[in-house]
Design a protein around this ligand. Structure first.
Ligand code: TPP
Length: 512
């Protein structure tokens, strides 16, 4: 058995059966092994940022890693930004990076780079395979690393000769380490803080934020009078009609500070402290009142569900019934406004959809506005490195057969990784992309003012996508995706219904 075959067999035995690939010469033995060892769904991506973003979307839904198959340091480099988003989301991802054969590397051929160094910047676990005899054991360890602490980035670098040499030994799957439990004294201590009645804000994070987790957090909030919010950036939230709604900490500094106003205690539950995404002159960086004390109920890698349930019990907090949401009606007005489109999405979202949110400016209110939509999962860009939406939708659709994926997608961000549309068409994935076409980097126009920069003509040109206009319906159709343009809100509503009935992908260019 050669090394590549050993690698594939070990991955399959360890429960990893999906690969997002952009191969090169050093990965030829890996792709050849796929014909000899059945069971790996290998998905071709035409840019590495699509592969890594798809692995992020896949891992958030499947709660196990997909692999990315990348070509050397530069291939990995092209995928780094979406690995950054995946790392922030605690998504399990396993990169398999082919590289120069061990005996060829000293010759310094053109594609040679510090692959290991580039990998280490983002990966919790990195290993270079030393010989075919260890590649099986290395692969098993890599899967275990990716599945540790809810999810991490693991990178296995495989020099070409470790894949083509014979003598591989299949690795034994290794156990997934359970998430750490919060110590009893921490539960008691936080209960004491909350019993004091002093104003407190509970900030919930973790991956995923299940409906049951929100329900237990609501018990605690109701019993103690604490305010409950999700963090600003969340990998996955289960929500919608019949479930407890939970707001998220607003993006704007002033709005976030208003949520925190008066708090004497901040309790972090599976999340990191609330900080501003960027510094601004005369604005705080730490988003909490100066007098507030920050407490940690559970760190991101710990068992959040268990900690909340135990805290709720410690407080003797009774169950709180979820609100009875009425179905949202369609608005009667026909203009394309944020309000109307939000209401239309809330009224028409398919049951059990997976929503991907890279809607940036136009979609600022989508999250709260869709809390009474049909039950769904909400996946958000987590690391602020734009270009994750279309790839994440692609990976999520592969992980969620039978569910519609709805990507709420700003146009500037979509341009980073638009090749994802081609993969969506090739794999016939049930994805509706709502492409929010404002032909601007709108958010940056606001940021110019926020940071106190004086914008002239050249600066404003750097935020203008209208010269030339980007023809989204043509781009989508050119990659095999059905597409249509909506220039009124009613047209949008009709197209959204039609798109969601299509078996494959459909892109609606919404002229905002
Ligand atoms: C990888 C990366 N490059 C650049 C940026 C800087 N950036 C932040 S938002 C933005 C433009 C977003 O425009 P668009 O997606 O169209 O959203 P809009 O604000 O217009 O709704 C840019 C370039 C970033 N966040 N991440």
């Amino acid at each position: 058995m050669n090394g590549a075959e050993t690698l594939v067999r070990t991955l399959l035995a360890s429960g990893v059966n999906t690969c997002f690939a952009n191969p090169g010469t050093s990965e030829m033995h890996f792709v050849a092994a796929l014909d000899r060892v059945p069971g790996m769904h290998c998905v071709l991506c035409l840019f590495e940022g699509v592969a890594t973003g798809a692995a992020d979307g896949y891992g958030r839904i499947a709660e196990k890693p997909a692999i990315t198959l990348l070509h050397g340091g530069p291939g990995l480099g092209n995928g780094l930004a979406n690995l950054h988003n995946a790392r922030r989301a605690q998504t399990p991802v396993l990169n398999v990076v082919g590289d120069q054969a061990t005996h060829h590397r000293p010759l310094d051929p053109p594609l040679t780079a510090d692959t290991e160094g580039w990998a280490r910047g983002l990966s919790a676990w990195t290993r270079v395979v030393q010989s075919v005899s260890t590649i099986g054991a290395d692969a098993a360890a890599a899967v275990q690393a990716a599945r540790t602490a809810h999810g991490q980035i693991a990178t296995l670098i495989a020099p070409a000769d470790t894949c083509w040499d014979d003598g591989g030994i299949e690795g034994t799957p290794l156990p997934v380490p359970p998430a750490g439990q919060v110590a009893p004294h921490v539960i008691r201590q936080i209960a004491q803080v909350l019993r004091s009645g002093e104003p407190a804000v509970l900030i919930l994070g973790g991956s995923p934020i299940r409906a049951t987790i929100v329900a237990d957090a609501q018990r605690i909030a109701a019993a103690t009078g604490a305010k409950l919010t999700a963090a600003q950036f969340n990998a996955r939230v289960e929500r919608g009609r019949g479930r407890h709604p939970i707001p998220r900490l607003p993006y704007g500094i002033d709005q976030a500070m208003a949520v925190m106003a008066g708090a004497q205690h901040i309790v972090l539950i599976g999340t990191t402290p609330p900080v501003a995404p960027f510094a601004y002159p005369d604005k705080p960086g730490y988003l909490a009142p100066e007098a507030a004390t920050t407490h940690v109920l559970a760190r991101p890698e710990q068992d959040v569900a268990d900690a909340l349930a135990r805290l709720a019990d410690e407080l003797g907090a009774p169950d709180v019934p979820a609100p009875e949401h009425k179905r949202v009606d369609l608005p009667t007005k026909a203009e394309i406004t944020q309000e109307n489109i939000t209401q239309m999405l809330a009224a028409l979202l398919p049951e059990n959809a997976v929503v991907i949110d890279e809607s940036v400016s136009f979609g600022r209110n989508f999250f709260n506005g869709l809390s009474a939509a049909a039950p769904h999962d909400w996946l958000q860009i987590t690391g602020a490195a734009i270009g994750s939406g279309l790839p994440m939708a692609t990976g999520a659709a592969i992980a969620a057969p039978g569910r519609r994926v709805v990507a709420l997608q700003a146009d500037g961000s979509a341009m980073y990784t638009l090749q994802a549309l081609w993969t969506q068409a090739r794999e016939r994935l049930p994805i509706t992309t709502v492409l929010l076409s404002n032909r601007k980097y709108q958010i940056l126009l606001g940021e110019l003012t926020n940071v106190g920069a004086n914008a002239g003509r050249i600066a404003l040109d750097m935020m203008d996508l209208g010269n030339p206009d980007i023809a989204w319906t043509s781009l989508a159709q050119g990659m095999g995706v059905e597409a249509a343009r909506a220039t009124t809100a009613n047209e949008f509503a009709d197209l959204f219904v039609q798109a969601n009935k299509t078996r494959g992908p459909f892109l609606i260019e919404l002229m905002t």
